[in-house]
Design a protein around this ligand. Structure first.
Ligand code: SF4
Length: 240
């Protein structure tokens, strides 16, 4: 096998080549079958990294229908919207799980002391690295697979995302059950199944991240236009 994995971690039979071969067949089976496959393969080693956005709510709902011990984590940057924190509380109660809250090493005050005011406005890549990428990397260091709600139509970088693949950055399997889904597919699922979602989605926020880097979109704008508006940045770095 040529893939890299973290020292001491056995990736099991799922080499990059094996995953690439499997992906089209799994995709044809649909999102629920993909999650079921991932649960069978990785059990509690499968981590759903959730921002509790619309796509992640689909995955939370599907996962909680399949297991009463879902392994769900969220990155608490300290800068999430009050609506997001409220949704997390609501969802945990409704589905009966306790999400793992992953926090950055630096508090916001520490970050300000070390890097100055409003790092997100001057160097958002560094800010995302400190508040998102490094904490998630540390958390996934001893896990075997992670699941995300990314979809191909979201950003140019995601256009080729497979439903399963080997994530070189984290050295584990990555599962993207909703990769081929459209935005309409997501909302159809939420409505059909009565799944709670962030009220900001109905106020012009199709994509919701940290407060300083998220605004409502205007008519005619792309659905990601509200993230890091006015900057080149389109990804927080977790999926690169
Ligand atoms: S989204 Fe903005 S505030 Fe949040 S971690 Fe990234 S740069 Fe910082």
């Amino acid at each position: 096998m040529t893939h890299q994995s973290s020292p001491g971690r056995d990736p099991g039979p799922w080499s990059p080549e094996a995953l690439a071969q499997l992906a089209p067949d799994l995709e044809a089976l649909g999102a629920e079958a993909i999650i079921r496959w991932a649960l069978d393969q990785f059990g509690s080693g499968l981590v759903l990294a959730s921002s509790f956005g619309a796509e992640d709510m689909v995955l939370v709902d599907m996962l909680c229908r399949m297991t009463d011990r879902p392994h769900i984590v969220y990155l608490d940057t300290g800068l999430l919207f009050p609506e997001t924190y409220a949704l997390i509380d609501q969802v945990q109660q409704r589905y009966g799980f306790q999400a793992v809250r992953v926090v950055p090493q630096l508090s916001l005050d520490d970050q300000q002391s070390l890097w100055g005011d409003a790092l997100w406005a001057r160097d958002p890549d560094r800010c995302c690295t400190l508040r998102k990428v490094e904490p998630l990397t540390a958390y996934l260091a001893d896990k075997s697979a992670w699941m995300t709600g990314i979809r191909r139509e979201q950003t140019p970088h995601r256009r080729t995302a497979p439903v399963v693949g080997f994530d070189q950055r984290y050295g584990i399997t990555k599962v993207n059950p909703l990769a081929p889904w459209t935005y309409k597919d997501v909302y159809r699922y939420l409505v059909r199944h009565g799944v709670p979602y962030n009220p900001l989605h109905d106020q012009g926020y199709p994509s919701i991240g940290c407060i300083p880097c998220t605004r409502a979109i205007r008519p005619g704008e792309s659905w990601r236009a509200g993230r890091w508006a006015g900057q080149e940045k389109t990804e927080c770095g977790l999926h690169l």
